[in-house]
Structure formats: structure tokens, C-alpha cells
Design a protein around this ligand. Structure first.
Ligand code: ADP
Ligand code: MG
Length: 231
């Protein structure tokens, strides 16, 4: 199980141009494995930018990110892609389910580049759908799902490659309070399974949740304070 370590990480957009902007400024922090960490901060504070670097979707301008002992921040794109697919599962704010495809098809999509054995893939997909009470919706087009079902389908898709680390970017932003609490309940289940979970949010349902082990507060691209619950 790997701890994630950020060491003085900076991300500058449009470097050297008049619209140069440092979205993340010298962030150092440790994300413990098998814990739920929440990156909290107002819109524009750099949460998504930081997540995308941790999840190997982009690279820091400077500073280092380590996954366990392995430095991931300097790796060439093809290695990053590989680590991303094997290590991380992503849940996005709008869930980004692909309209026109069924629930099952959406869930298995991230598995395709890894070219798994089809039978075991189907088995895992159906098990996930059952676990999240979507078994009966496997063949439904995703655009027919309710908000709560779409949320659970997005969780299943994030889990299809059995990632160690789950990354969720403002997962409750489009959910009502009841569904947001339900989402945190699902996060609690995943923590029990041993996943490392990193969530960005400015929703108190998320950062005040007992499921969250530690809250890292961001402001203007820098860490404001780190409050760790005695777990
Ligand atoms: P948050 O997720 O906390 O709302 P973001 O990480 O999305 O914040 O953005 C942080 C800042 O960086 C914002 O001011 C945003 O406009 C800027 N930013 C984000 N992505 C880019 C980009 N690709 N090019 C230029 N500026 C960007
Ligand atoms: Mg964001």
C-alpha cells in the first residue's frame, strides 16, 4: 500500500506568457493509504489541478510527487498512462457517463485499454453493479438513470480496474443532500475495502463527514492548514 507524497509541487499554466498563472504553489503534503482525505477549498483554489497531477493526468511544473517510493512526477507520458490505469479510479463532478451507452458498457470502458479477459471483466462488472444495487439496470442506457443511480454507476466505473486509489473531484456538487450523504456512505464502504480515497469538495456534507480522516485546506493554490482527526 502506497502513501502519496507531494514535495513543493507547483503548477504554472501558460508559463512565460502574459496570462501566466500559478494554480498550485509549493504544495507539500502526505496522503496516507487506506484513508479518506478531503481537499477542501473555494472554487479556483487549485483543487482539480492538484488532483490531476496526483492522478497522473498532468505533470507538475516543479516539485515532486511520489507514489510509495516511486517518483511519478517526472515520468514520460507512456509510463504515466500505465500507472494511471492500474492505480487510480476517477469520479468526476458531472460523472461523465457516456450517453447512448448502457450502464454496463460505461462501467467496463476504463478496462478496455488493459485488454482483460472478457469473461472475468464481465464477472467483475456484474459483481460491482450488484454491490451498488444496479444489477437490474445493467442494460439501461445511462441517460435513463436517476441522479443516485448515475452516481453509483460512476463509482462502479471508477472501480472496474480495482484501483488502489480512488479520486473524486467534487462528487456531490450536483447531488441533493440525501444523495450526498449516500455517497459518503459508499465512500465508507470503499474505505473498509482498503481503498485510499482522495476527494475534493467545498461541500460540508463531505468535509464534515465522519468518514473523512483528514482535511487539507487549500487557498489560492497553497495549503492553508491540515486538520487530521485522531483516527
Ligand atoms: P478548483 O478545482 O479549486 O476550482 P482549479 O484547479 O480548477 O480550481 O483551478 C485553479 C486556477 O487555475 C483557476 O484560477 C483556474 O482558472 C486556473 N486554471 C485551471 N486550469 C487551467 C488551464 N488549463 N489554463 C489556465 N488556467 C487554468
Ligand atoms: Mg475543480
Amino acid at each position: 500500500m502506497n502513501r502519496i507524497t507531494l514535495n513543493n509541487v507547483t503548477k504554472v499554466f501558460n508559463q512565460g506568457r502574459p496570462n501566466e498563472y500559478a494554480a498550485v504553489r509549493g504544495v507539500s503534503l502526505t496522503i496516507e493509504p487506506n484513508r479518506v482525505t478531503c481537499l477542501k477549498g473555494p472554487s479556483g483554489s487549485g483543487k482539480s489541478t492538484l488532483l490531476s497531477m496526483i492522478g497522473c493526468l498532468s505533470r507538475p511544473t516543479s516539485g515532486r510527487i511520489l507514489l510509495g517510493e516511486q517518483m511519478i512526477s517526472g515520468l514520460p507520458e507512456r509510463f504515466l498512462t500505465d500507472i494511471r490505469r492500474h492505480t487510480f479510479g476517477f469520479i468526476f463532478q458531472q460523472f461523465n457517463l457516456i450517453s447512448g451507452l448502457s450502464v454496463l458498457e460505461n462501467v467496463i470502458l476504463p478496462a478496455y485499454p488493459l485488454a482483460p479477459d472478457h469473461r472475468s471483466l464481465m464477472k467483475s462488472a456484474h459483481e460491482l453493479l450488484e454491490r451498488f444495487e444496479l444489477g437490474h439496470k445493467a442494460e439501461s442506457p445511462v441517460q435513463w438513470l436517476s441522479g443516485g443511480e448515475a452516481q453509483r454507476a460512476a463509482i462502479c466505473r471508477a472501480l472496474i480496474n480495482d484501483p488502489q486509489i480512488l479520486i473524486a473531484d467534487e462528487p456531490t456538487a450536483n447531488l441533493d443532500t440525501k444523495l450526498s450523504h449516500a455517497f459518503m456512505g459508499q465512500i465508507a464502504q470503499l474505505r473498509k475495502l482498503g481503498k485510499t480515497i482522495l476527494i475534493t469538495s467545498h461541500d460540508p456534507v463531505v468535509f464534515d463527514s465522519p468518514v473523512v480522516d483528514s482535511v487539507v485546506e487549500l487557498q489560492d493554490g497553497a495549503v492553508l492548514q491540515e486538520a487530521v482527526d485522531a483516527a
